[in-house]
Design a protein around this ligand. Structure first.
Ligand code: C5P
Length: 331
C-alpha cells in the first residue's frame, strides 16, 4: 500500500496585512459585536507560511521573524483544527483524518497592530491546509469557517480590496485601484486590545458618527468603479478622519494622540489609524515616495525629533496597497 503522506507536497502561502481605509461603526449587534462599514485593502507587506504534511498526530508551528507570542496560542492551530474537522475523511489519502502539518511562519506583520496579521495567517492556513491535503471545501463552508475564526478572517478570502460589513462576515469585493499607492506604516510598541477599544467606544458614544459612514459609502462607490492611486492620495485627509474607533483608541492609549500629530507634522500629510490601532498610516502616490518618507520617520525617531510611545522603537515600514484582486502571490 502506498504512503498517503509521501504523495502530498508542502505548500507556501503569502498572508497579506490589511489596512482599513475607512471604518464606520454603524451599530451594536445582538451578539455583542459591532456592525461595521469598512473599506479593507490588502498590503504587499505580509507573512509567509509553509505547510508540510508530516507523520504523527500533532501539528507543529515554528515562528521566525517578529515576535508572535507563544506559539501554542497562535490562531494557526485553531485554524488547522477547524479545517481538519470540516474536511473529515475527504482528503487525498482519506478516509482517515487528514495528517498533521508542520507549519513554518515567517512573521513580518507586527502582532496586535490593527493590521490583522493573525487573521490573515488563519485564512492562509485554511487555504494552504486544504491544498496540502488535496481537499476541497465549497465557498460557503470556507467562509463560515473563516468567520468562526475571527471577524477579520473572511476578508482575506476575497483576495483584494473589499467592502466589509456586519461584524466582518459580509465581504463584497471591489474593483479597486489603478496604480500602486505607497503606504508608510508606523506601529508604536503599545498594547491596544481590540475588545478594550470597542468597550471604550460603547462608553463614549454608543454609536458611530454618520459622517464616517458617509465617507466609507463614498469610497466604496469609488472603488467599485476603480480609482487611481493619485485620487486615493488626494482623499487622504478625509480618510484619515474616517475611523469611528479613533476617539476610543485615543482613550485607551492617550500617548498615541500627540504621536499621531507629530508624525503628521513630520510628513506634512494626513495620518490615519488602521482598525483599532495602534498602527498609523500615511498614503503616497508611489512606493519610492513611501520609502523616502519611512526613512525620514526612522531618522526622526533615531535622533529624538519624533518621540514614539512604548518601551522600544516603533515598527516602521514602507509598503504598497494591493489595489486589485490577485492570483496567489508567493515571495
Ligand atoms: O472576532 P474577533 O475575535 O477578531 O474580535 C475581537 C473583539 O473585538 C471581540 O471580542 C469584540 O470585543 C470586538 N469586535 C466587535 N465588533 C466587531 C469586531 C470585533 O465588537 N465587528
Amino acid at each position: 500500500m502506498s504512503d498517503p503522506i509521501g504523495r502530498l507536497s508542502p505548500v507556501v502561502r503569502h498572508a497579506p496585512a490589511k489596512l482599513n481605509l475607512t471604518l464606520a461603526v454603524t451599530g451594536r449587534r445582538d451578539d455583542g459585536y459591532h456592525a461595521l462599514h469598512s473599506v479593507f485593502v490588502p498590503l504587499a507587506l505580509g507573512d509567509r507560511l509553509s505547510l508540510a504534511p508530516i507523520a504523527g498526530h500533532r501539528d507543529s508551528l515554528h515562528v521566525t521573524g517578529l515576535d508572535a507570542g507563544p506559539p501554542e496560542d497562535n490562531l494557526v492551530f485553531r485554524a488547522l483544527a477547524a479545517v481538519r474537522a470540516a474536511v473529515g475523511g475527504g482528503w487525498a489519502g482519506g478516509p482517515g483524518p487528514a495528517p498533521a502539518l508542520a507549519v513554518r511562519l515567517d512573521k513580518r506583520i507586527p502582532v496586535a497592530a490593527g493590521l490583522a496579521g493573525g487573521s490573515s495567517d488563519a485564512a492562509a492556513t485554511v487555504d494552504g491546509a486544504l491544498e496540502a491535503w488535496g481537499a476541497e471545501l465549497d465557498d460557503d463552508a470556507r467562509h463560515a469557517l473563516a468567520a468562526r475564526l475571527g471577524s477579520d478572517v473572511p476578508f482575506f478570502l476575497a483576495g483584494g480590496p473589499a467592502l466589509v460589513e456586519g461584524r466582518g462576515e459580509q465581504v463584497v469585493p471591489l474593483l479597486g485601484l489603478h496604480g500602486v499607492p505607497g503606504v508608510v506604516l508606523v506601529t508604536p510598541v503599545v498594547a491596544v486590545p481590540t475588545p478594550d477599544v470597542f468597550a471604550a467606544f460603547d462608553a463614549i458614544r454608543g454609536q458611530g458618527d454618520g459622517a464616517v459612514r458617509q465617507s466609507s459609502v463614498h469610497l466604496a462607490e469609488e472603488l467599485r468603479a476603480k480609482l487611481s492611486a493619485a485620487d486615493l492620495v488626494a482623499r487622504a485627509g478625509v480618510l484619515a478622519s474616517a475611523n469611528d474607533l479613533l476617539p476610543a483608541t485615543s482613550l485607551v492609549v492617550p500617548e498615541l494622540v500627540p504621536f499621531k500629530r507629530g508624525l503628521s507634522r513630520l510628513l506634512h500629510r494626513p495620518v490615519g489609524l488602521s482598525g483599532s490601532g495602534p498602527t498609523l498610516w500615511a498614503l503616497y502616490a508611489s512606493e519610492s515616495e513611501a520609502r523616502a518618507a519611512a526613512e525620514a520617520v526612522e531618522a526622526a525617531v533615531h535622533d529624538g525629533t519624533l518621540v514614539a510611545p512604548g518601551p522600544s522603537a516603533p515598527f516602521i515600514c514602507a509598503t504598497t496597497i494591493v489595489g486589485h484582486r490577485q492570483e496567489e502571490a508567493v515571495s
